[in-house]
Design a binder for this molecule. Structure first.
Ligand SMILES: [Zn+2]
Length: 141
């Protein structure tokens, strides 16, 4: 008996259509979880390299353009990314910043090893590694 009533009211609600509150339904502050990302823009080919962090560490201001044979020097967005590059799940980083393990450290060039010893990260194509997650508190309405 009780069960029947519930399914009736559910049906009724569906027929009214789903309303979407324009404030996102949250009157108060909200916590958003974001991948830690940065991007670099290449002055030569005008393309963007979107990079995710899988470890915390130091990264350079300039980066050799990641787009094919361009060889331009891309410059960092300094973590001031537009929301579409930061939050859009359809825009995926192509590369990742990572801290090399013991074995890989043994294979690094002296300059690279010095960079890593100072807390620097290395760049590689995106793997399935878990990204560093930042939590951002919104101010609410
Ligand atoms: Zn380029």
């Amino acid at each position: 008996m009780k069960k029947q009533k519930q399914s009736e009211s559910r049906k009724q609600r569906r027929s009214e259509g789903k309303s979407v509150p324009i404030n996102g339904g949250a009157p108060g502050p909200k916590t958003i979880r974001l991948e830690k990302r940065n991007a670099y823009i290449c002055p030569k080919c005008k393309r963007i390299s979107l990079i995710v962090y899988i470890d915390e560490g130091v990264t350079p201001m300039y980066l050799m353009c990641t787009h094919g044979i361009c060889e331009g020097m891309a410059i960092s967005f300094m973590h001031a990314l537009p929301p579409c590059l930061l939050m859009n799940p359809d825009i995926k980083p192509t590369h990742e910043w990572y801290r090399p393990g013991k074995i890989e450290r043994g294979m690094l060039k002296p300059g690279e090893l010095e960079h890593v010893d100072k807390g620097g990260l290395m760049l590689r194509e995106r793997t399935s590694s878990e990204p560093v997650i930042l939590t951002v508190q919104t101010r609410g309405q």
